[in-house]
Design a protein around this ligand. Structure first.
Ligand code: AMP
Ligand code: MG
Length: 411
């Protein structure tokens, strides 16, 4: 590809399509259920038997024959959960039973204990009419054998883990998590916890990207920072390419003399594009080397994180074949003006539900690409299309929701 074609400004949709063409599907592995929260299911899970597998009491009470004429019943046994009592309920008899226990042979209803007057060897049914099937969960009432309960691509949250466990599945088939390396570049960068000298700043990007990668469900196999030294960066990149599915770098992709990542990607990998028609985050290098994907993010902390949200998070999730790879989008009414823009702009915003039930949005203040504080408290990226005139309060834009909208009380 020519230099000018590499630098052609890609529409975000085109950039995304290019990235997606190069994704490598993650293989299936088995994870212990207790460790699988947040993982992406790699196979459909179906019920191999009916649930419940036996008719079960849904109340503590007495298993009886519903239609037997007399309120007085002889108690012939006790059925608790976890075993099967060898007894048959006949008209005139009852078995004391607890929730979840199998309903004994012959019984077709459970009268809850509150509707009875129990005694030592008998019980008096106080309830007028006892219906057949009352307080009994039928075989297969929750799930039928063969029902697909969880689909491939589902993210395993608390309910999904419980469902898999209820089906008896352990370990659970999941997509391997992409192995991600994260490299911050720049002579000015100092480790947090260490004092900064003149002209230095703390490395912020490594940590916001570590958080973003973990939240997306990928694994961090390495992270570090390196000075703007060609040989050192080259060596590091070669090592990381061999050991990672995905490499994220930040910094070093602009036009400066010490912007070394851009030329090194050209040397060590196949570069697919370098610039995207968006703000912030116009410099965005995407390259592949062997099986590894390389993303060269800009150094400005907001640009790096916006680039991650727009392209890398969906790519990581898609490589795990997740069903939901995109943040939900919804129209939101601007509560304030937004300046004209010459590229698709992703402003950090706070979206809330208004008293009349609409989504409304305000921005988080100054949107400079160096001001990471603009991400703090934001629950959305407001997508502002290029336009020559100011956006007025009351206009509607698309909001990419990073978290649920706030309630009206916070608007
Ligand atoms: P660069 O893309 O390397 O020219 O960096 C652009 C801006 O982002 C410069 O002001 C850098 O100091 C800043 N920057 C680069 N990397 C980081 C980082 N890891 N943490 C915080 N700021 C950074
Ligand atoms: Mg730099």
């Amino acid at each position: 590809m020519s230099e000018s074609e590499l630098d052609r400004l890609r529409h975000p949709d085109e950039a995304r399509a290019t990235i997606f063409r190069h994704l490598r599907p993650m293989p299936v592995e088995r994870a212990p259920l207790a460790e699988a929260v947040g993982r992406i299911l790699a196979e459909d899970l179906a019920a191999t038997e009916d649930h419940p597998p036996f008719p079960a009491a849904t109340m503590d009470g007495f298993a009886v024959v519903a239609d037997d004429g007399s309120p007085w019943r002889e108690v012939i046994g006790e059925q608790t959960a976890g075993f099967v009592l060898d007894a048959e309920v006949t008209p005139g008899t009852a078995v004391r039973i607890t929730t979840g226990a199998p309903v004994p042979r012959g019984a077709d209803a459970v009268v809850k204990v509150e509707a009875t007057e129990p005694a030592e060897d008998h019980v008096i049914i106080l309830q007028e009419d006892v219906a057949e099937g009352e307080n009994i969960r039928r075989v297969g009432a929750d799930l039928r054998r063969g029902d697909v309960v969880l689909r491939r691509g589902a993210r395993l949250g608390p309910a999904e883990l419980g469902l898999a466990a209820g089906l008896g599945v352990s370990p659970v088939p999941v997509a391997r998590r992409p192995r991600v390396s994260i490299l911050s570049t720049g002579d000015e960068l100092v480790e947090p916890g260490q004092p900064v000298g003149p002209g230095q700043i703390h490395d912020a990007n490594r940590f916001s990207l570590i958080g973003a990668v973990r939240e997306a469900g990928a694994e961090i196999v390495w992270s570090g920072k390196a000075p703007d030294d060609r040989d050192a960066l080259r060596q590091l990149l070669i090592e990381r390419i061999a050991a990672s599915d995905v490499i994220l770098t930040s910094g070093g992709v602009s036009m400066g003399e010490l912007d070394l990542i851009k030329p090194l990607l050209g040397e060590l990998a196949t570069v697919h594009f370098r610039r995207v028609f968006m703000k912030p985050g116009k410099p965005f290098n995407f390259a592949t080397a062997g099986d590894a994907l390389l993303f060269g993010l800009p150094g400005n902390p907001v640009s790096a994180l916006v680039g991650f949200e727009v392209f890398i998070r969906p790519a990581l999730l898609a490589s795990m074949a997740a069903t939901r790879i995109d943040r939900p989008r919804a129209p939101a009414t601007l509560l304030q003006e937004a300046a004209p823009t010459d590229r698709i702009e992703f402003q950090r915003g706070v979206v809330s539900v208004s008293a009349d039930g609409r989504l409304v949005a305000r921005t988080t203040g100054v949107q400079a690409s160096s001001r990471l504080a603009s991400f703090h408290g934001a629950n959305a990226l407001l997508i502002i299309p290029p336009r020559e005139t100011t956006y007025q309060a009351g206009e509607v834009v698309q909001a990419m929701l990073l978290a649920p909208p706030l309630g009206p009380e916070h608007g």
